[in-house]
Design a protein around this ligand. Structure first.
Ligand SMILES: [Zn+2]
Length: 309
């Protein structure tokens, strides 16, 4: 079994407008990184639309309809201070959420050992009924519910190493003791949540805020001492990764100092836990990451680790 890559060309056509950091070029460089020879053995599939039923397990119909009906015929339309829609944004958002559902299906059926969803828009800031921070639907939580309903799993973990706290994901998971959400993120930084004393309904939320300037050593210590032991103790049946790469030292919108190798290390550590507790089942999905060269290097290290090389 190999690693599955799920993407769709329409995810390149969600255009938030000029000078927006969440630009189509991000996905271009992610896909370019995975075109090199070492990734020839990736299994590749096109992301389907998430169904209305899949989305409605997480978001009220009013939110789904609001997003899709706000998509402009031409030009751009804003639905949040920094979240913009272009004519293909609705389609891209549906396929971004659909990618993780397909990836979970393939990992559960053992067609793939693990998976990476190269998609945009990202999802981890999307709240119950609110688009936020470049996110429309909460892709990773749509995946968590899909794993439950379509595959009968109960205990699902999300590990989020994006430099921003995934406030939407935490909000959607924290009251359910069979969901686990763990995040390392810069603090203070947008969106201002993710304090260490936010621990969920049953200790099922683990936040490790990192001060600006934290390097790979500090990140690895947070992971090894806080995130990984809690993740293993939770005994998940599936681990989802919110893989943002904006904690890289070159990122223009944050101030952590990670290197691309740190994301490869974190990936291998999560895979090791997955090997012990959930038959290696890991599905990763792209969140942030705004320096194009860094994003390319981080993708290489992350997917190389998923492939086990
Ligand atoms: Zn981010």
């Amino acid at each position: 079994m190999t690693t599955l890559l799920v993407t769709h060309p329409v995810c390149l056509e969600h255009d938030p407008g000029p000078h927006h950091p969440e630009c189509p070029e991000r996905l271009k460089v992610v896909l370019a990184a995975l075109e090199t020879e070492e990734f020839n053995f990736l299994m590749r599939e096109e992301a389907p639309h998430a169904t209305q039923e899949q989305l409605a397990r997480v978001h009220p119909m009013s939110h789904i309809e609001h997003i899709l009906s706000s998509v402009p015929q031409e030009g751009h339309r804003t639905i949040d201070g920094d979240t913009f829609l272009s004519p293909n944004s609705g389609e891209a958002a549906l396929r971004a959420a659909g990618a993780i559902c397909l990836a979970i299906d393939d990992v559960m059926a053992k067609r793939a050992r693990n998976a990476f969803c190269a998609i945009r828009p990202p999802g981890h800031h999307a709240k119950l009924h609110q688009a936020m921070g470049f996110c429309m639907f909460n892709n990773v939580v749509v995946g968590a519910y899909h794993a439950r309903v379509a595959h009968g799993l109960k205990r699902i973990a999300v590990v989020d190493w994006d430099v921003h706290h995934g406030n939407g994901s935490q909000h959607l998971m924290e009251d359910d003791p069979d969901f686990f959400y763990a995040s390392t993120h810069q603090s203070p930084l947008y969106p201002g949540t993710g304090w260490a004393d936010e621990t969920g309904v049953a200790g099922n939320v683990v936040n490790v805020p990192l001060p600006p300037g934290t390097d790979g050593q500090g990140f690895r210590a947070a992971f090894a001492n806080r995130i990984l032991p809690a993740l293993e103790a939770f005994q998940p049946e599936l681990i989802l990764i919110s893989a943002g790469f904006d904690a890289h030292k070159a990122d223009p919108i944050a101030n952590l100092k990670l290197e691309a190798e740190d994301f490869g290390w974190a990936t291998r550590e999560i895979l090791a836990v997955a090997g012990r507790v959930c038959d290696h089942r890991v599905v990763s999905t792209l969140e942030g990451g705004y320096d194009l060269a860094a994003l390319m290097a981080c993708t290489t290290h992350h997917v190389r680790a998923l492939l086990g090389s």
